[in-house]
Design a binder for this molecule. Structure first.
Ligand code: CDP
Ligand code: MG
Length: 699
């Protein structure tokens, strides 16, 4: 098989940015790319070559004269790394003020902060710092440029509602429309009215500028209606930085592919076989299919011998260690070809320099919430055309590139949606509501959203929070529970579980469980050793389920003297365990602040299970049938769900269980599952299970 057999050239124009119209300042430039690549030129030269460099004066002028500036520029044009430095050089961080730059993704925060520190020649954590949940590498006295997730900025508003220490806040990657970005935008619009000196920069990789601008404009219209005098510069400025990437030739598959992981692997091998040097970037959806692809690729590379020698295969997803991240960004050695297999983090958040070929599966993991069934899960779902164009664009940074789409052209043209749906319209809003309530925003339905969430989702969230005892009859935060839950930087259900453990006398165990639930997985990914992994799991498996199993593992880890060897032997991810220890310590400190002193229940696991139920009662399911390894239904919404094969309760099938989260592939799978006594449900959440109180099926 050759590439031309497999692939059909596309007719889509390769240009990635379309012209803006009406009232837009439109400047253009082109990349002055060096054929020698990066790594051979000084960092200062590299900075000057980035497209935004030419707009330095324009950006600084607009920020000076406008409350809000919207900057649109192709990925890699230097928005994230350069604009904060321009602002600092122009004095926006003088007098102890701080320039903030938010990102939706934690890994991006770490990567850009370390890049900027390097460019400025300073130690990370001093003049340039970052904060993500559970990791604060900044110094209140020294840090002048601070990168943070938008979620962390929201948390900061709880202590400092007007964000007074910041002179400029750059909300980056706004096109992603993450739930926290949308909440932050709504709140910043409010803050701006109270702090006219505050400057906002909204930056985005795609032409979403118009709707963003309208969002900030509507306040002007409203003020005009109210007869208030218009302040100059209230209208947002839009600056479009056109970095002309090189042409990217698009190829489509002739026929739909069945297995995109296998198709991606075959495509990588074909590119390696037929195409001149240049790195390959593959877009898959998450750690599981990325690991599967790496395993396949490594196997096929081995069996093909010569065909695949010289490939450096690297995963890119959140939760990578520092060293793994560095490999992604380090230049490819001569004669080698890097293959980076990534989630959609490489779509716009991070730029990899040497990419010439992109393989696009056409999917990403997305959150979906159905307020009717009250089910939220992560689904592997088709991406939008906007995303597909972004992905293709990653191939044209160094020189003309090629993008291989693992879907047909017809599908792209006729079936792909134009834009994705903002996350706020497809999420469970429990965390969002509690954060707004904690910030004193009572009329949540009337809040000025960039995109309004559905009233059904809102009502569901209010109901769950009421049942958790977080909101009272007037939908106000209860004291102390509501305020305490809001203060714990974890999902409200976990926060409630911690508070309940205090009453039940098992906070020591529950804090460990909360820490483990905060990371993706503590197991080492099996990569061809599924049997050994399953055997290792059996060594720790508790009949009560995954939560109690985590306690066994934690105990074993401590007894081994926190040994990496022990982890290795037991298929446990040592880095993940170290992270669990760190998070546990942070949670212990937060608990202490809330007056919770850790107390162990020793061997009484019933107390632990009750505390978990007090937080997660809404995720209770009942066994319905033994078909397909055990079919469950959610008690409240009667949705069909199954125990995930990674759970220690897989095929054990207790009658009634509670889960932590759902993932959806061919079916809806529950991850992290624990068996419970159904009578606990009415005990901990009488309101929530009221209608079913006399229903014999849950008794
Ligand atoms: O934000 P935007 O996509 O516009 O670009 P950027 O992230 O500021 O990237 C500008 C340049 O910095 C690109 O050439 C990146 O490859 C480089 N960069 C890097 O080498 N290492 C990082 N950790 C981050 C950026
Ligand atoms: Mg960026």
């Amino acid at each position: 098989m050759t590439l031309s057999h497999f692939w059909k050239p596309g007719t889509e124009k390769p240009r990635l940015l379309e012209d803006e119209d009406g009232g837009v300042i439109f400047l253009s430039s082109s990349y002055s790319s060096s054929s020698s690549g990066y790594g051979y030129v000084s960092i200062e030269k590299q900075r000057q070559r980035l497209p935004v460099y030419k707009y330095r004066t324009a950006i600084l002028y607009l920020v000076e004269s406008h409350a809000t500036t919207i900057v649109v520029g192709e990925t890699g044009s230097g928005k994230t790394t350069q604009i904060p430095q321009f602002l600092k050089e122009a004095g926006w961080a003088d007098g102890g003020r701080v320039i903030a730059c938010t990102q939706p993704r934690r890994l991006a925060v770490q990567a850009v902060a370390s890049r900027v520190a390097e460019e400025m020649g300073v130690k990370l954590g001093e003049e340039v710092g970052y904060t993500i949940r559970f990791e604060d590498i900044s110094n209140p006295d020294l840090t002048r440029i601070k990168f943070l997730t938008d979620g962390v900025l929201l948390r900061e508003m709880m202590d400092d509602p007007l964000l007074t220490k910041y002179s400029v806040i750059m909300v980056d990657e706004a096109h992603e429309r993450s739930i926290s970005t949308d909440i932050v935008l709504g709140l910043l619009k409010k803050i701006q009215k109270r702090r006219p000196e505050l400057r906002l920069i909204i930056s985005s990789a795609t032409i979403e500028a118009k709707s963003m601008s309208n969002f900030f404009l509507s306040s002007k219209r409203r003020q005009a209606l109210e007869g208030e005098e218009l302040r100059p510069g209230l209208e947002p400025a839009i600056l479009s930085v056109e970095g002309r990437g090189f042409n990217v030739q698009i190829h489509y598959v002739e026929d739909p592919v069945r297995d995109y992981v296998q198709a991606a692997v075959s495509t990588v091998l074909l590119i390696n076989d037929k195409e001149p040097p240049g790195d390959i970037l593959v877009f898959l959806t998450g750690q599981d299919d990325i690991d599967a692809a790496i395993k396949l690729l490594t196997e096929e590379a081995r069996s093909n011998g010569k065909n695949s020698s010289g490939l450096i295969i690297l995963p890119l997803y959140s939760g990578l260690t520092r060293a793994e991240q560095d490999l992604i960004f380090s230049p490819t050695p001569k004669g080698k070809r890097k293959v980076v297999i990534s989630t959609n983090i490489a779509e716009t958040s991070l730029t990899l320099e040497g990419i010439v070929y992109v393989v696009d599966s056409g999917f990403s993991k997305q959150r979906f919430y159905n307020p009717i069934s009250d089910i939220e899960n992560l689904v592997v779902a088709p991406i939008s055309k906007a995303s597909a164009r972004q992905r293709a664009g990653r191939a044209g940074r160094l020189r003309p590139g090629k993008c291989y789409r693992l879907y047909t052209e017809e599908y792209f043209l006729n079936e792909m949606s134009i834009q994705g749906i903002p996350e706020i319209q497809r999420s469970n809003l429990v965390s969002c509501v509690i954060q707004l309530k904690a910030l004193g925003i009572d009329n949540i339905l009337g809040f000025d959203w960039p995109a309004s969430p559905s009233p059904e989702s809102m009502i569901r969230a209010l109901e769950v929070l009421y049942s958790l005892g977080v909101l009272d009859d007037d939908a106000k935060l209860t004291s102390p529970v509501g305020f305490q839950v809001a203060e714990i930087p974890l999902e409200p259900m976990i926060a409630k579980m911690i508070l309940s453990s205090n009453e039940l006398g098992c906070s020591d165990e529950i804090i460990t469980i909360a820490a483990v639930l905060s990371i993706q997985s503590i197991w080492f990914s099996a990569r061809g050793a599924q049997k050994e992994l399953d055997e290792a799991k059996l060594r720790f498996a508790a009949a009560e389920g995954d939560h109690v199993t985590f306690l066994n593992i934690y105990k074993g880890f401590l007894q081994s003297g926190k040994s990496s060897k022990w982890c290795h032997k037991n298929f446990i991810n040592y880095h993940a365990m170290k992270k669990v220890m760190e998070i546990r310590e942070l949670l212990r400190r937060i608990a202490l602040r809330l007056g919770i002193v850790l107390k162990s229940c020793e061997t009484d696991m019933q107390l632990v299970r009750k505390a978990v139920t007090a937080g997660f009662f809404a995720n209770a399911c009942r066994l319905e049938a033994y078909s397909h390894g055990g079919m469950y239904k959610t008690i409240r919404g009667s949705q069909e769900v199954y125990i995930h094969p990674s759970s220690v309760l897989f095929r054990v099938n207790p009658k009634c269980v509670i889960y932590h989260s759902l993932v959806s592939t061919d079916r809806q799978y529950m991850r992290n599952v624990m068996s419970i006594d159904p009578s606990w449900l009415t005990e901990v959440a009488p309101h929530f299970y009221q209608q079913q109180r006399h229903n014999p099926t849950i008794h």
